[in-house]
Write a new protein. Structure first.
Length: 356
């Protein structure tokens, strides 16, 4: 530590000695001008001392009036407050860690059918030039072109058809009101689980009709799905930013998507490492996958693959401007999309990305 009267020479010698120590990786240097001092000369000495060595040096050299001294040539970064020195070194360390992380592997899936995805979008836009929300069948077919697993769903316009489909499933079913996108049946509590047998399905059907009417919605029928294994519900989606293009969202799904702010947003991941970073940045999702409160860990690899397949679909069909795969049921042995909302619109010319 230098005394209050230390000048440029003492600072240069002290910096040289400290930077030669293998136990020191970076250095912050402080100087407050006192009577007879020369802040400008001290800053020049601090800037010259670390030349030729790789360790970062930042300074807080302040004149007696509280201002930074003028400088005639580039040198070490100089800040008014010591806190700024610590902050800039922290940012540098974070960037070094980011640059040093494994790059990962880009996804390669032999079962993708990009031509079918493009052809389906073209046909949909020819039929409806303005685009819009896709029907359940069209949404499932589009996801299928990229191998995204979707739970079997059957739209039933009348009660007897619903009872028949439930009976053919051979086990308990989920019964959901068939609402026009982007509405979710769960928003109005119009989802019933574990119905088995004709009487249960009939009773559930009438209850859903009542709930839909009470919410002021139009009843068009119900969706019957075989009941899937228990797990945790996630959300995987996208929105389109005017400057950045597609942005991927991952978070807790189902009703939890409304109750917590756990979703993370990033540019589409290009590798498995980037997909893992996206998952880990959604803290609630990462906690569920790791096994929350003693429960068994869920299939992170399956969720990662679903995200990467979805990313490849977005790259192939940029007309897909909004999507909400919610819930995505994650279990110990896989992931399955239980419900989805997909919206397309004709692709617009891409302008230059905004710069600041």
């Amino acid at each position: 530590m230098l005394g209050i009267g230390a000048g440029p020479g003492e600072y240069a010698a002290g910096i040289g000695q400290l930077l030669g120590d293998d136990g020191i990786d970076a250095l912050t240097v402080y100087y407050s001008e006192v009577l007879g001092g020369d802040a400008g000369a001290v800053l020049e000495a601090i800037s010259a001392a670390p030349a030729g060595q790789p360790k970062p040096v930042v300074a807080s050299v302040v004149r007696s009036d509280g201002q930074l001294p003028a400088r005639e040539a580039p040198g070490v970064p100089n800040f008014v407050f010591p806190e700024s020195c610590a902050a800039v070194l922290a940012r540098a360390a974070e960037r070094r860690d980011w640059l040093s992380r494994p790059l990962g592997e880009p996804p390669r899936y032999p079962d993708l059918d990009p031509a079918a995805a493009r052809a389906r979008i073209a046909a949909l836009l020819e039929r409806e030039p303005a685009g819009g929300w896709l029907s359940l069948d069209d949404a499932e077919a589009l996801l299928a072109t990229h191998g995204i697993p979707v739970a079997a769903s059957h739209r039933c316009g009348d009660l007897e058809r619903g009872v028949a489909v439930a009976g053919e499933s051979g086990g308990p079913v989920a019964l959901k009101a068939d609402l026009a996108a982007p509405a979710h049946a769960s928003d109005i509590g119009a989802v019933l689980l574990g119905l088995e047998g004709g009487p249960a399905v009939r009773s559930g059907w009438r209850e859903l009709q009542r709930r839909v009417a009470a919410a002021g919605q139009e009843w068009t029928g119900a969706i019957v799905q075989p009941l899937v294994p228990p797990g945790s519900d996630m959300l995987v989606g996208t929105v389109n930013d005017p400057d950045l293009g597609s942005v991927i969202a991952v978070g807790l799904g189902g009703l939890q998507a409304r109750l917590t702010e756990s979703a993370a947003f990033r540019l589409p991941p290009a590798t498995d490492t980037e997909a893992d970073e996206l998952i880990d940045s959604a803290k609630g999702v990462a906690a569920e996958l790791n096994g929350l409160r003693g429960s068994a860990p869920l299939d992170r690899e399956a969720l990662r693959e679903l995200i990467l397949r979805f990313t490849l679909l977005l790259a192939e069909v940029p007309e897909l401007v909004e999507a909400d795969l919610n819930p995505v049921r994650c279990t110990t042995t896989g992931c399955l999309v239980l419900d989805m909302r997909l919206r397309i619109e004709r692709r617009r010319p891409t302008g230059r990305v905004k710069t600041w």
